[in-house]
Every structure is written in structure tokens, then in C-alpha cells.
Design a binder for this molecule. Structure first.
Ligand code: CMP
Length: 378
């Protein structure tokens, strides 16, 4: 029997802990697969004058004593509600931790947890049923893009004969692309990137029922829906109808958060896509859109532009309540789209570091809505 089973460490149990409680079952399962258990006996020294904690630690059973100095120490007890959060903030630099009883700790890989949270949050974006594209098309609806005569069956099996060589778009298509560049997503692009962007986009003809992206697959391309409609299907939300129409784009989340695809995208009708490979997306779209600043630079901005710079925390309510950030606006990532109208477009929002990779997804959402945004990273 595995140690997890022996100690009763189940997904059901871990779903009570924060922020693990925000993960849908499939992501929680993955996080647990990337976790380890540490058992300890009463009197054992678990951490000796610790400098950096390599894991996120959850005390599941037992009592610990964190000792700063001969006169200063604090108890950590698995039975208390505060242990439903990680105990990392109770073990600052230089502290030694001794077990007061037998017990065990779950050690979670912080990077993997961060990704899983970003990935899970992305899954939870729930636009109203039948919600249309995030980017509305402008210009002529028609396009003379060449159509595939043989339907493609999957993203990896698209009919390559139907692709136009990179950069060879017909005139009408080029107009459509030019219009697209007026949309907020492309606002911050350095002009030099625009031409390269045209060159790197590949045009792909697709047929009704083609699976363009499959949930759980590795991210490879970013897509624009040039013609036709597509359906978004999310395993965790069966029956929910999300339709993307001409002008929409998709496939950015796996590339932004470096996780697998958060949804399946299926063509509702014959259509045309423009796709950009991962590296080009990263260098031509992601990097110019998601700008990072340090905490020091953020503070300088606050002084230089009084009232026009605000820190934004996109963590969940539970995380925020447990470790609130002073003077910080809090909007959980899964509510951000809905709250866009409440944001002041004359303000630059700086997303706090605590949100990890979810901050990058938030930056994309804000940038798409013409809001100036930075992500704070040390
Ligand atoms: N709720 C949603 N509404 C619209 N598009 C979505 C939604 N969830 C996921 N997507 C898109 O579906 C894509 C699936 O692949 P990615 O995770 O790379 O990026 C995802 C988004 O672009």
C-alpha cells in the first residue's frame, strides 16, 4: 500500500486545504502526484535554521514547535484551522522546527502548484452561455481564403496541402489581418513586430467537426478564427455552450502558463484559421504584452504617478483573506472578465507577485481590454 493510502492522504482530504481547494479534481490529482510525504517522530528536528523552503508544506497531522531564539517560539498544530493553509509563512528564515508529536507533512512542488492553479483558474472562466468571441471581427465578413477540399480531422492532422505558405495571404485576408491589429491585443506591439507577425501566421483551412485543440494536450499554436465558428468544450463543464466566432482567438492560455490545453476547440462549421507557433507567439505577442516590473519599480511608479497606479491581487478570496496584501485591489482571476467595467482605464494596474503565473493570464485579459498592466516579479 502506498504511503499516501496508509496515511489516508486522499484528494478528498486535500481539497479542504487552501489554495488546493480551488483546483478541480483532475488538477488536484496531478498536484498530488507531484507531491511527497514527510513523516516525523516526536522530538525530531525537521528544519534546522532554514533559509529557503523548497516546497509548500501542509501539516496534516501532529504538532510542531518553530523556534526563533531561546525565548521566542510558536506552536504549529495540525488540528487548528490555520493549518488548512500551508505552514511556510510560520517558518521564516533562520527558524528551527522540532516535532512535538508524531505526524506527517505533505510537501507540494510550488512551481507545479502555481501552474495547476493558473490552469484550473483558466478552466473556470465561465462566460454566459452562447457567449461570443472575445475579439469581434471588423471589416468584410467574406474572405477568399482557399478552402480545404479534404476535411482536417485534428489539429495535428490538418490538411497541410490547404495551407498557404507563411506570409502568402490574399489581399482580402490581409485587410482582415490589418483590421485585427486595431484590437487591443495588438496595441502594445512594437511596429517592427507587425510585419513579422504577418509573415509568421500560417493560414489553415478546416472543416466542420475538426478538433483543433484537445484538452490536456501540450500547447503548440495560438489561433485566430479567420472564418467560421468554433465550440469550446471543457471537461469540467459538460453541457456548457461557449461559441467562438469569426475574429476570436484561442489557444493562448497553455502558451502563457506553460501548461496543457484547458479546453477542447471543435469547428462548428467549415472555416479558416491563422495560427502562430509557440515561439513566435512568445516573442511577438506574449513578451510585448506582458511586461514585468520589480517591486521597487512599482513603488517608484506609485510615487511618480499618484492616484494613477494600483496594485491588483488576482488570487482567490481564501488566499487573499489568509494573507491580505495592504493597499491592494483584490479581484480573483475567475471574476476578472466580469469586473473589467469597474476598472479605471486611466489607471495602470500592477499585478502582485503572489498570484504567480495566474498573473500572466490576468495581464492578457487586461491588455485585451485596453488596460495598462504590469506584472510584478522579483
Ligand atoms: N471559458 C472559455 N471561454 C472562451 N475560450 C476559452 C475558455 N476556456 C478556454 N478557452 C480557450 O480554449 C483554449 C484551449 O487551449 P488553451 O488552454 O491554450 O487556451 C484556451 C482558451 O483560448
Amino acid at each position: 500500500m502506498s504511503l499516501f493510502k496508509q496515511l489516508g492522504i486522499t484528494e478528498e482530504l486535500m481539497a479542504k486545504y487552501s489554495p488546493l481547494s480551488q483546483l478541480s479534481p483532475k488538477y488536484l490529482n496531478q498536484v498530488m502526484k507531484h507531491s511527497k510525504v514527510m513523516t516525523f517522530e516526536s522530538g525530531e528536528v525537521i528544519f534546522e535554521k532554514i533559509h529557503e523552503l523548497p516546497f509548500v508544506y501542509y501539516l496534516l497531522r501532529g504538532k510542531l514547535n518553530a523556534r526563533k531564539s531561546i525565548i521566542s517560539s510558536s506552536a504549529i498544530d495540525a488540528q487548528t484551522p490555520e493549518c488548512l493553509f500551508s505552514i511556510n509563512d510560520k517558518i521564516p528564515t533562520g527558524v528551527s522546527v522540532k516535532a512535538q508529536s508524531d505526524g506527517h507533512i505533505l510537501m507540494v512542488d510550488p512551481k507545479f502548484l502555481d501552474r495547476a492553479l493558473a490552469w484550473s483558474e483558466a478552466d473556470e472562466k465561465q462566460p454566459a452561455p452562447g457567449q461570443e468571441a472575445r475579439v469581434k471581427p471588423r471589416g468584410d465578413k467574406s474572405t477568399s481564403a482557399k478552402k480545404s477540399s479534404t476535411p482536417a480531422r485534428a489539429a495535428t492532422q490538418v490538411n497541410h496541402e490547404s495551407e498557404l505558405p507563411a506570409g502568402e495571404f490574399d489581399e482580402e485576408y490581409f485587410d482582415w489581418m490589418t483590421n485585427l491589429l486595431e484590437f487591443p491585443l495588438f496595441f502594445n506591439l512594437p511596429p517592427v513586430h507587425i510585419q513579422t507577425l504577418f509573415e509568421r501566421f500560417e493560414q489553415v483551412c478546416v472543416a466542420k467537426d475538426d478538433v483543433i485543440i484537445k484538452e490536456g494536450d501540450e500547447g503548440d499554436y495560438f489561433y485566430l478564427l479567420v472564418e467560421g465558428r468554433a465550440r469550446v468544450e471543457i471537461d469540467e463543464q459538460p453541457g456548457k455552450e461557449i461559441i467562438l466566432s469569426q475574429g476570436a482567438y484561442f489557444g493562448e492560455e497553455a502558451l502563457v502558463s506553460e501548461t496543457v490545453r484547458s479546453a477542447t476547440i471543435i469547428m462548428e462549421e467549415d472555416g479558416v484559421l491563422a495560427r502562430l507557433d509557440k515561439d513566435s507567439f512568445q516573442s511577438l505577442l506574449h513578451d510585448p504584452i506582458v511586461n514585468y516590473i520589480s517591486e521597487k519599480e512599482f513603488k517608484e511608479k506609485l510615487i511618480d504617478h499618484p492616484g494613477k497606479v494600483e496594485k491588483l491581487d488576482i488570487r482567490s478570496l481564501a488566499e487573499f483573506e489568509y494573507t491580505p496584501l495592504p493597499e491592494c485591489l483584490h479581484i480573483p482571476l475567475n471574476e476578472l472578465r466580469d469586473k473589467i467595467p469597474t476598472l479605471d482605464k486611466s489607471v495602470t494596474y500592477c499585478i502582485s507577485e503572489e498570484g504567480g503565473q495566474r498573473g500572466d493570464i490576468a495581464a492578457h485579459i487586461l491588455a485585451q481590454n485596453s488596460i495598462d498592466v504590469f506584472v510584478i516579479r522579483s
